[in-house]
Design a protein. Structure first.
Length: 157
């Protein structure tokens, strides 16, 4: 077995381990922080509002003129805006009108994060491609790549 094949296999295993770890962390309950929607029954979790706090005044965040990531979901979602607690901006929340699948919930989470970035800074910052080049093919690098790939949809990282 040559070294390139061995490194490739180790990289794949590390990426899979990172993804499995992220899935397990979603089920961890932190005392005082409530329970993650990932541990709710699927029919309850699917109808839950997903929300982000946007550091903008409520008048600046219009539910009718949604940023592109949320607008792309069309009338499949309901959107509401409310003043954030403690006068800290605006809470932008969305949920599907019907019963969505797991992939659709991940799409909604990613769309909310991207909408938040667009409203606050005017662009969505990306991790990839790295301006400094590529990461070395190491097990730790593969775990980081796996986590960065799953983060926008899983809501972790």
């Amino acid at each position: 077995m040559d070294i390139d094949h061995l490194i490739g296999r180790a990289t794949a295993l590390a990426g899979d381990a990172g993804t499995a770890l992220l899935k397990q962390l979603q089920h961890v309950r932190v005392p005082g922080a409530g329970q993650a929607s990932a541990t709710d029954p699927p029919e309850v979790a699917a109808r839950r509002w997903r929300a982000v706090t946007v550091l903008r005044e409520p008048a600046d965040v219009d539910a009718a003129g949604l940023p592109a990531p949320l607008a792309a979901l069309g009338d499949r979602i309901e959107v509401r805006t409310t003043p954030a607690p403690g006068d800290r901006g605006t809470e932008l929340a969305a949920r599907y009108r019907g019963t969505p699948g797991e992939d659709e919930i991940g799409d909604l989470r990613a769309a909310l994060r991207e909408a938040k970035a667009l409203l606050e800074v005017g662009e969505v910052l990306r991790v990839d491609p790295q301006p400094h080049g590529t990461r070395a093919a190491t097990p730790q690098g593969a775990a980081l790549e796996g986590a960065a790939k799953a983060a926008p949809r899983a809501g972790v990282l």
